[in-house]
Design a binder for this molecule. Structure first.
Ligand SMILES: Cc1cc2nc3c(=O)[nH]c(=O)nc-3n(C[C@H](O)[C@H](O)[C@H](O)COP(=O)(O)O)c2cc1C
Length: 197
């Protein structure tokens, strides 16, 4: 089974990178084939709302997002990591999410059976951190991510969310996070093996 990790922070080696990498190591430990996408390495133009995908389910913008569509569809589990930027995901992650409009069109406008009820089911997992401790700090991002996952039939399978984390690597001040992330990755794969969607 295949796991795709999407690193959505522009700060390489930062807090969400640390959590996602550990989660992916846990998945690898249980035998998953893991692919990693570092979004800052990809040039993804924001959606132009041209509706070029409405008739075909294919985005007409020929940039690096074209490399990501097949990866999303080949994966069984997609783990997206993004810190909170202004109560949402980063612009890097949001560009990718908005470009999944092509998958939305394929699913809801064209009713492509591969994304329908009988189509392949996937699971999605969200990792995030925010500097503040506000109750609602993750709410906007979670809604966005759930709607993103839905475009490729990924059920929202869980999350790792940490408040009050700001400086690069500050997440490591919590001694339990690495183990928690590793176990989350293991659990995702084990649950998949025992209960494939
Ligand atoms: C542009 C920008 C906007 C941010 N907006 C928020 C915010 O709305 N709420 C919050 O709690 N933290 C906010 N933060 C803080 C980051 O979420 C925090 O520094 C986080 O640890 C960065 O994670 P990373 O190391 O994975 O990039 C913001 C940081 C930046 C650079």
């Amino acid at each position: 089974m295949k796991v795709l990790g999407i690193f959505g922070s522009p700060r390489r080696g930062g807090n969400t990178d640390i959590l996602l990498e550990e989660t992916l190591k846990g998945a690898e430990k249980e035998g998953a084939e893991v692919d990693r996408i570092y979004l800052p390495d990809y040039a993804i133009t924001p959606c132009k709302e041209c509706h070029g995908c409405d008739q075909t389910g294919q985005c007409v913008i020929l940039d690096d997002m074209q490399k990501i569509y097949p990866k999303l569809l080949e994966s069984d589990i997609i783990v997206l990591a993004s810190p909170i930027f202004f109560y949402g995901v980063t612009a890097w992650a949001k560009a990718l999410i908005d470009r999944s409009q092509a998958l939305w069109a394929k699913k809801y406008l064209l009713k492509d059976p591969s994304l329908g009820k009988e189509g392949r089911k996937r699971k999605g997992f969200f990792i995030s951190v925010g500097a503040t401790k506000g109750q609602k700090v993750f709410e906007g991002a979670i809604l966005t991510v759930k709607y993103f996952f839905d475009t490729f039939n990924a059920e929202y399978a869980g999350e790792l969310l940490f408040r009050g984390v700001d400086g690069k690597g500050d997440i490591l001040k919590n001694p339990e996070v690495l183990q928690q992330s590793f176990e989350a990755g293991r659990r995702l794969v084990l649950e998949w093996i025992h209960n494939p969607s």
